[in-house]
Design a protein around this ligand. Structure first.
Ligand SMILES: *[C@@H]1O[C@H](CO)[C@@H](O)[C@H](O)[C@H]1NC(C)=O
Ligand SMILES: *[C@@H]1O[C@H](CO)[C@@H](O)[C@H](O)[C@H]1NC(C)=O
Ligand SMILES: *[C@@H]1O[C@H](CO)[C@@H](O)[C@H](O)[C@H]1NC(C)=O
Ligand SMILES: *[C@@H]1O[C@H](CO)[C@@H](O)[C@H](O)[C@H]1NC(C)=O
Ligand SMILES: *[C@@H]1O[C@H](CO)[C@@H](O)[C@H](O)[C@H]1NC(C)=O
Ligand SMILES: *[C@@H]1O[C@H](CO)[C@@H](O)[C@H](O)[C@H]1NC(C)=O
Ligand SMILES: *[C@@H]1O[C@H](CO)[C@@H](O)[C@H](O)[C@H]1NC(C)=O
Ligand SMILES: *[C@@H]1O[C@H](CO)[C@@H](O)[C@H](O)[C@H]1NC(C)=O
Length: 593
């Protein structure tokens, strides 16, 4: 702990009563200012309250040291869209500031350089602009400085060369210009220097070759030029550079053309394994089911162009899987909202690899099936990606802006939107078409059983059209996972009675679930009571159709739909209609209104 921190800790101990209040007040005041600035709408940091105790464990992302001083602020990927407040400088004992993967704007306050105890500063993947504060050289304890992937402009400050403990300096993907300061050669502990994708110009300073620890230097996509003295970048002076190999020998002397602009150390792994779990930055591609395996499995499947996503795309789309983007979670998966680089909105479903089929061939077969599904009433799968390090696979789907059907049930006192009658009819008809397609309305496509249709699986798009989600998903999952997950839908009442005796899913079990959904849509209730079913069976529509409609429905349509629903939920699978018959029947309804 440095002097400043000691002094204030001492003051703290000396103060007689209310030790923690004295200290707490300054830090608490600073935290409240920081909060106001980071999260102006108080959306994510509502746990930071002016009458709370920052060290009491209730402030999201705040950790204190043994002297009750704030030591770490970890708010990576939290959806913060404000600015970094100069008040951070008041947190004298701060050792880690983790604000990466947010949407912060504005400048990096120069006051931050007063944080001489700070070890880790992660501001990467934000939208920070302005220049790097010139005073940054004062931050003598810094070990990791990651400012990557912002909009920073201006020069790299020369006094960065005094950050003697720095081991990672990541400035890539900004708009920095000017030369690479030769003083960076003084950074004896430096392992990673990433300056790629900027507008830096001039030479690569010869002194960088003096850094004994340097394992990775990335200067791709700048406008560096000129001749570098051959002595500086001899393979054996820079340990990590040995791997560069002979094919790129042209690069050693000349940096202006050819391969150097696209150069990095082949096979080299960028940021080292993070020291703390907070700090996961980059992942290797790792497990890649697309890679052609020894038995050639990966090669035998054709996927649509653009189908394979990079983890980086998925991470930046979801703002590093920020809590703010989490749409839902289950035992084996989580769904995040995301925005791709092209601006389109997606839902990213992450699946724990341990829950996937372990046989690669089976998994690939399932994936290939998923990509082949295309229908206007199925959620569109855009792509796929896997990460061994995260132990997850990601399915990237179009985002449905109006949520799922469950949200339109059990509406009380205008608590949410009441679907009008025509919407209900067209949603039912859309779901029928979607399932019919799955069941093989097209001869070219293998028939599949969804197995898990429910109102939660029916998403609603901007036009109030229904989109069935998770079609074919079970084909990717291990059998025991499917089994335990299906127990859930049994509990929800969608499971056809014969499943209990046969344990098998057929198209007729999807038909049963569809019948349940019709009854839910008509009644506006997620839970169907026996009385409601009796009312439906005896066609007492007024006792059964959703009262929220205020009687605004067509009797003939309602009677028809009720009849279909009851047929679909017949106890005997053989007596249930096929979806083909159902869609035909529904198309006849079309003109009744
Ligand atoms: C702060 O974060 C660092 C790095 O993750 C960790 O080593 C340290 O224990 C944390 N300090 C506190 C007080 O939580
Ligand atoms: C922080 O640093 C600035 C200069 O960068 C200085 O003017 C200011 O007094 C310092 N503030 C604190 C709170 O130490
Ligand atoms: C970042 O800021 C630029 C303008 O400064 C804006 O066009 C862009 O949309 C912002 N990006 C994000 C992810 O907020
Ligand atoms: C890298 O630089 C090349 C040539 O200047 C340019 O064509 C390319 O788009 C750049 N790549 C990126 C990702 O910016
Ligand atoms: C440098 O950053 C770029 C862009 O983020 C990344 O692709 C590359 O792997 C990094 N290089 C090193 C050596 O860390
Ligand atoms: C989730 O996993 C826990 C622990 O393995 C288990 O007890 C629970 O039943 C599972 N829940 C579902 C919905 O499968
Ligand atoms: C995946 O599941 C395994 C076993 O249930 C668990 O240990 C692991 O933490 C999970 N991983 C993720 C990323 O959820
Ligand atoms: C089936 O759907 C229910 C929700 O409707 C969900 O909780 C469960 O996880 C799903 N099962 C699988 C295997 O996706």
């Amino acid at each position: 702990m440095g002097l400043l921190c000691w002094v204030s800790a001492l003051l703290l101990i000396v103060a007689i009563s209310g030790v923690r209040t004295v200290c707490g007040n300054t830090e608490l005041r600073a935290l409240m200012e920081i909060k106001l600035s980071l999260d102006p709408d108080n959306k994510y940091l509502s746990s930071w309250t002016s009458d709370g105790d920052p060290c009491g464990g209730t402030f999201l992302g705040v950790a204190c040291n043994e002297h009750w001083k704030v030591a770490n602020i970890s708010l990576q990927g939290k959806g913060l869209a404000g600015k970094v407040s100069p008040a951070v400088a008041e947190l004298k004992c701060l050792s880690g500031l983790y604000l990466h993967y947010n949407a912060l704007t504005g400048e990096i306050p120069r006051e931050i350089s007063n944080l001489t105890e700070l070890i880790d500063l992660y501001l990467d993947w934000n939208n920070l602009s302005g220049t790097i504060p010139l005073e940054i050289g004062n931050m003598a304890s810094l070990q990791v400085l990651d400012l990557c992937c912002n909009q920073l402009t201006g020069f790299i400050p020369t006094n960065m060369g005094s950050l003697k403990k720095l081991s990672v300096l990541a400035l890539q993907r900004n708009r920095l210009n000017g030369p690479i300061p030769a003083s960076l050669g003084d950074l004896e502990m430096l392992k990673i220097l990433n300056l790629s994708f900027n507008q830096l110009s001039g030479f690569i300073p010869a002194r960088l070759a003096d850094i004994a620890q340097l394992e990775g230097l990335d200067v791709r996509n700048n406008t560096l030029s000129g001749v570098v003295p051959p002595s500086t970048l001899q393979p054996n002076t820079l340990p990590g550079f040995v791997k560069i190999g002979t094919s790129c020998n042209c690069c050693w002397g000349y940096y202006s053309h050819g391969c150097i602009r696209d150069w990095r150390i082949p096979g080299f792994h960028p940021i080292p394994k993070p020291a703390s779990p907070l700090v996961s930055l980059e992942y290797s591609n790792g497990w890649d089911p697309f890679a052609v395996s020894h038995d050639g499995i990966g090669a035998s499947y054709e996927f649509p162009p653009g189908f394979k996503f990079n983890l980086e795309d998925v991470e930046s789309a979801t703002q590093y899987f920020s809590d703010g983007n989490l749409l839902g979670k289950s035992n084996f998966s989580a769904v995040y909202k995301g925005i791709l680089k092209d601006g389109s909105v997606v839902a990213v479903k992450s699946i724990n690899v341990t829950c996937c089929k372990s046989e690669e061939a089976e998994f690939m077969k399932g994936l290939s099936l998923l990509t082949s599904l295309r229908h206007e009433n199925l959620v569109k799968l855009r792509g796929f990606c896997c990460s061994k390090d995260r132990g997850e696979c990601f399915l990237i789907y179009d985002f449905a802006s109006k949520g799922n059907l469950l949200q339109y049930l059990d509406v009380q006192d205008g608590s949410s939107y009441v679907l009008d009658w025509p919407s209900r009819v067209s949603i039912i008809s859309g779901i029928a078409k979607g399932i019919r397609y799955l069941h093989g309305s097209e001869p070219t496509k293998p028939a599949i059983v969804h197995q898990n249709v429910s109102v939660e699986k029916v998403l609603i798009d901007g036009n109030f059209d229904p989109l069935i989600s998770d079609s074919g998903l079970l084909k990717l999952l291990a059998d025991d996972v499917v089994f335990s997950a299906l127990k859930v839908s049994a509990a929800l009442g969608y499971m056809a009675p014969e499943y209990i005796t046969t344990g098998r899913f057929t198209q007729k079990s999807d038909v049963y679930a569809f019948g349940v959904i019709i009854l839910q849509i008509l009644s506006g209730k997620s839970k169907l009571s026996h009385l409601m079913r009796l009312a439906a069976e005896s066609c007492r529509l007024e006792d059964f159709i959703d009262p929220n409609l205020g009687g605004k429905f067509f009797d003939s349509e309602a009677a028809k739909l009720t009849e279909i629903a009851l047929a679909c939920t017949d106890e005997h699978p053989d007596l249930r209609p096929t979806l083909e018959a159902v869609t035909e029947e529904l198309s006849k309804c079309g003109g009744t209104s």
